[in-house]
Design a protein around this ligand. Structure first.
Ligand code: UTP
Length: 272
């Protein structure tokens, strides 16, 4: 089983970084010399993905533009003998990029749904724009190797992290079937969106990286939950609990939530 496609939903308004996110997408914030979005694309490429679909909203076109050729700039660099920089700029030449729009902000599942007709592979990686996992292996590499070992194309694997009990209400929390879990791979028997600490079935919270089977994309349109018309990925997965095996993978390494000013600053301090 090989992964070939990844959806990167990056349509969000980035209100926590206003006012400058009026004109610059937060995913283009630099960490060292490259923007966050390039780290996410590199993460997808590191597991063999060759096709990437950005889900953007109007005004965020600079995200796909970052990955397309710039013939005038390349001509000038060639004339100046900047071959190393030219090589660096050609890094994404072989990758197939595609862009779709999310015209209304109706939830993470709604963002993914915009890419549904583009997906032709049995399983697709979904990397949300905010989460970076840094360790001996990146977040998607860890999910992919757990998924390959399962050898079941119907399975979904979600990145999960042990979060402090008082913060469970910020996450989708998994309920684990202990008997069917081994090591870091936890078999999911239930999912609860943003529970109160006393109602949480565990402290394992889902973070923004998933491997989902094609079937989840078919369930998403029906997953309009009780969140004011929003379509959430967790609702679709809840609906599939009895039909497909769902696993949480408790990843190794440190997670940075670059969608918050504090998380971004920490990422720059450690990785920049
Ligand atoms: P966030 O919850 O951080 O929302 O989305 P946001 O709009 O980006 O930021 P704030 O909360 O206003 O500051 C997490 C990820 O999901 C994407 C975002 O772009 C981000 O990468 N997303 C979220 C979408 O693509 N569409 C949505 O409807 C919601």
């Amino acid at each position: 089983m090989k992964l070939s496609q990844a959806i990167l939903p990056v349509a969000g308004l980035g209100t926590r970084f206003l006012p400058w996110t009026k004109v610059v997408p937060k995913e283009l914030l630099p960490i060292g010399r490259v923007p966050i979005i390039a780290l996410l694309v590199d993460e997808a490429l590191s597991v063999g993905v060759k096709e990437i679909c950005f889900v953007i909203s109007e005004g965020k076109e600079a995200i796909p533009e970052y990955f397309t050729g710039h013939p005038e700039l390349e001509k000038q660099l060639a004339a100046r003998g900047k071959s190393e920089m030219l090589r660096e700029l050609s890094k994404y030449d072989e990758v197939q990029f595609h862009t779709v729009y999310q015209r209304e902000m109706r939830g993470d599942g709604h963002a993914i749904l915009q890419a549904a007709s583009w997906v032709h592979s049995p399983t697709v990686a979904v990397l949300f724009g905010d989460d970076l996992i840094v360790g001996a292996k990146n977040g998607l590499q860890q999910l992919a190797s757990a998924w390959e070992k399962l050898d079941d194309p119907t399975a979904a694997v979600l990145a999960v992290q042990n979060v402090p009990k008082e913060r469970v209400s910020k996450y989708g929390i998994i309920d684990i079937d202990l008997q069917a879990s081994t090591g870091r791979l936890k078999r999911v028997k239930g999912l609860v969106e943003k529970p109160k600490p006393d109602k949480a079935p565990s402290t394992l919270g889902i973070v923004g990286k998933y491997l989902i089977p094609r079937s989840t994309l078919d369930v998403l349109p029906k997953a309009v939950g009780s969140h004011g018309g929003e379509i959430r990925l967790i609702d679709a997965l809840m609906a599939q609990l009895k039909e497909i095996p769902i696993y949480g993978y408790e990843f190794e390494g440190k997670r940075y939530d670059t969608g918050t000013p504090e998380g971004y600053k920490e990422a720059v301090k450690d990785l920049g």
